[in-house]
Design a protein around this ligand. Structure first.
Ligand code: ZN
Ligand code: ZN
Length: 288
């Protein structure tokens, strides 16, 4: 049976997601794909995306930080962005879907317990992991292929050895608490990058045996982006295949993909439908 994929979408996004959700038309009509959206009624009339409650926010972030985000004017959008990840994890836990792609207006990985920055307000993965743990889940892996170092996620989980955190950024680091950074040089190639993921992430996550994998998907290391390291757009669907395959092997496919950095509308429109088609095991030629 094909994997069941949830798409979590909000309508607050800026320029890069202007083609969405329309560009997903060939995917949304598949019976193993569920669509959850915020603000407007779902096109299928079935699913809704819920914002986060302050109660859960305060389990990860400080009260002072939550107050500071309220003053930015982006609070509601940040609530739905992180809320998509929390809801995706819960739907997977309940067995309603197997994996998910979460669209965000504001990302995740630069949000720590008491700080935020770099277009990240609340750490959706951290909030989702916190919620899962209240339901008995213990071991979780986060793989981060955004160009930048995940300082916020590391702040939250740095001392937590039940979270494997593998971050592809600009430094080499590893400690006994299952925190790993893998240095990607200033110029690289798809083959070299994918080789590092195969060598540094796959064996670690196989040995770690998490119950869920979260993938912080940023495309800001793509050619022409603000973090350009020379990757082509095709690198990202290939990464999706690698990460999905290992999720299928170690945790019954439980994989939550979270949109992180990247600014190009063209790259978003090219890569995201291909990644979702991979998650849902759809034939790309039919859907794109
Ligand atoms: Zn980034
Ligand atoms: Zn890092």
């Amino acid at each position: 049976m094909k994997k069941r994929t949830g798409i979590f979408f909000t309508y607050f996004q800026g320029e890069r997601l202007k083609d969405f959700p329309e560009v997903l038309a060939g995917i949304l009509d598949k019976e193993n794909v569920s669509y959850y959206d915020a603000v407007y009624e779902s096109r299928q009339g079935l699913y809704y995306l819920e914002p986060l409650t302050e109660e859960i926010l305060l389990k990860v972030h400080s009260r002072d930080m939550v107050q500071r985000v309220k003053l930015t004017g982006d609070y509601e959008s940040a609530l739905y962005s992180a809320g998509g990840t929390v809801q995706a994890a819960e739907e997977i836990r309940q067995g309603k879907i197997d994996n998910a792609f979460v669209f965000t207006s504001f990302g995740d990985h630069h949000a720590g317990r008491d700080f935020y920055g770099g277009m990240c307000y609340f750490n959706g993965a951290a909030l989702a992991i916190t919620a899962l743990r209240e339901k008995g889940v213990r071991r979780v892996a986060i793989v981060d292929t955004d160009c930048h170092h995940a300082d916020g996620s590391r702040d939250i989980f740095g001392n937590d050895s039940d979270v494997l955190h593998v971050c592809f950024c600009y430094q080499d680091y590893a400690d006994k608490q299952n925190n790993v950074d893998v240095r990607i040089p200033i110029r690289t190639s798809d083959e070299e990058y994918l080789g590092k993921v195969k060598k540094e992430f796959i064996p670690r996550v196989m040995a770690f045996k998490p119950e869920y994998i979260f993938w912080e998907y940023g495309y800001d290391a793509t050619q022409g982006e603000y973090g350009d390291k020379g990757l082509t757009r095709d690198c990202h669907p290939r990464l999706a295949r690698l990460i999905k395959e290992v999720a299928d092997r170690v945790c019954q496919g439980r994989l939550i993909t979270i949109l992180c950095g990247g600014s190009s509308r063209v790259a978003a429109t090219y890569t995201i439908p291909r990644i979702i088609a991979c998650l849902a095991e759809l034939d790309n030629s039919q859907t794109i």
